[in-house]
Write a protein that binds this ligand. Structure first.
Ligand code: AMP
Ligand code: TRP
Length: 338
C-alpha cells in the first residue's frame, strides 16, 4: 500500500462543564494559541462530550460560550483558527457511531479515565461516558488531524485514536485515516490540585480552594496560592531537589509555565527561598497573566450574540472539511447514498 501524506493539521477540544481552570489554560489553551500560524488549527468546544455527565441545559449553552470566550480572550484568532462547538457539526456523531463499531470493548475497558470517573458506580454512569473516547477519536480523525495538543491525562485517549485509525485502515484495506501524534510538551502538562499534589487540578474538585479558575479575581488568586499546601522546606538548589515534593514541584511548574521559563531557570532564581517569598511572587505573576484574560472574557460574555456568530462561522468552516471526509468514510464502509 502506498503511504498517503497528510497535510499537518491540529485539532483539540475542551468540555464546557464547569468553569475553566488554570490547568485548562496552561495545559491546553495557551499551547493551542501558540500553535496558531504553525499549521492549520481547529479548536472545538466539545459540548457533546460534556453531556456524558448531567448538564443543566440552561447552563450548558452558557458554559459553551464561556469556553469559547476563554479561547478568544487568551489569543485565539478566529480568522486564523477554526473555532466552533461540536454539536453544530453533526458529522462528529456520525463518524462516532462508525468508530463505536471499530473500537473493541476490551480497548474501552482499559481507559483509566473511565475507571477513575466511574469508580465503584460503573453500573450507573451513562453509556456515553464509556463510549466517549471513541467520539474523541471521531473528533480528531474527521479532520484528518495529525497533531493533538492535550494535557497528560488525555494521552491514552489519543493513543486509542491511533488504534482506531489503524484498525479501520486495516479492516477496510485503505490508507485513509492518519496516525495522530499527541503533543504533550512544556512544563504544564499536568497541573496539580493546590491542596493535594497527587491529584490533577480539575473543574469538578470538591473545594474551590483546590483550583485557580480563569475568572478568579486578584484577591482570590492570592488567597488560594497563600493557602496552597506545601512542605516546610525552602525551595531546593536544583530541579532534582523537587523529586518527591509534589506540591512544591507543582508551584514551580506553574510559575515556569506562566512566565515562559523552564522550571530549572525558576529554581535558579529562587534557590533557597522560603514559601513566604515564593508564594506572593507566584500570585503576582498569575494575576498579571490572568487578569487581562478574565476581563476580556467578561467583555466577550456581555455580547453573547457575537460569540454565537463566531461559533456559527467556525462551524461552517469545520463542516467544509468534515463533510467530505465523512462522505468518503461512508463510501469505504459501503453505506449506500444517493
Ligand atoms: P477538559 O477540561 O477535561 O475538557 O480538558 C481540556 C484540556 O485541558 C485537555 O487537553 C486536558 O488535558 C487539559 N487539562 C485539564 N486539566 C488539566 C491540568 N490540571 N493540567 C494540565 N492540563 C489539563
Ligand atoms: N476528552 C478531552 C478532555 O476531556 C476533550 C476532547 C474531546 C478532546 N475531543 C477531543 C481533546 C479531541 C483533543 C481532541 O479533555
Amino acid at each position: 500500500m502506498t503511504q498517503t501524506t497528510f497535510t499537518p493539521r491540529v485539532f483539540s477540544g475542551i468540555k464546557p462543564s464547569g468553569g475553566l481552570t488554570l490547568g485548562n489554560y496552561l495545559g491546553a489553551i495557551k499551547r493551542f494559541v501558540g500553535m496558531q500560524g504553525e499549521m492549520e488549527t481547529v479548536y472545538c468546544v466539545v459540548d457533546m462530550h460534556a453531556i456524558t455527565v448531567w448538564q443543566d441545559p440552561k447552563e450548558l449553552a452558557n458554559a459553551t460560550r464561556e469556553v469559547a470566550a476563554g479561547y478568544l480572550a487568551a489569543g485565539l484568532d478566529p480568522t486564523q483558527s477554526i473555532l466552533f462547538n461540536q454539536s453544530q457539526v453533526s458529522a462528529h456523531a456520525e463518524l462516532g457511531w462508525i468508530f463505536n463499531c471499530v473500537a473493541r470493548v476490551g480497548w474501552m475497558n482499559r481507559m483509566t479515565q473511565f475507571k477513575d470517573k466511574a469508580g465503584s458506580n460503573a453500573e450507573k454512569v451513562s453509556l456515553g461516558l464509556y463510549a466517549y473516547p471513541s467520539l474523541m477519536a471521531a473528533d480528531i480523525l474527521l479532520y484528518h488531524a495529525t497533531h493533538v495538543p492535550v494535557g497528560e491525562d488525555q494521552k491514552q485517549h489519543v493513543e486509542l485514536t491511533r488504534d482506531i485509525a489503524h484498525k479501520f485502515n486495516h479492516d477496510f484495506k485503505v490508507d485513509f485515516f492518519p496516525e495522530t501524534t499527541p503533543v504533550i510538551d512544556g512544563p504544564a502538562t499536568r497541573i496539580m490540585n493546590l491542596r493535594d499534589g497527587t491529584k490533577k487540578m480539575s473543574k469538578s474538585g470538591e473545594s474551590d480552594m483546590e483550583r485557580i479558575n480563569m475568572t478568579d479575581d486578584a484577591d482570590k488568586i492570592a488567597k488560594k496560592f497563600k493557602k496552597a499546601k506545601t512542605d516546610p522546606t525552602p525551595l531546593p538548589e536544583t530541579y532534582e531537589g523537587l523529586n518527591d515534593r509534589p506540591e512544591a514541584r507543582n508551584l514551580v511548574e506553574i510559575y515556569a509555565a506562566l512566565s515562559d521559563m523552564t522550571p530549572q531557570a525558576v529554581i535558579a532564581d529562587y534557590a533557597g527561598a522560603g514559601w513566604g517569598q515564593f508564594k506572593p511572587a507566584l500570585a503576582d505573576l498569575a494575576v498579571a497573566k490572568l487578569a487581562p484574560i478574565s476581563s476580556e472574557m467578561a467583555r466577550l460574555m456581555d455580547d453573547p450574540a457575537e460569540i454565537d456568530r463566531i461559533l456559527a462561522t467556525g462551524a461552517e468552516k469545520a463542516r467544509a472539511i468534515a463533510e467530505p471526509i465523512l462522505k468518503q468514510t461512508y463510501d469505504i464502509v459501503g453505506f449506500l447514498r444517493s
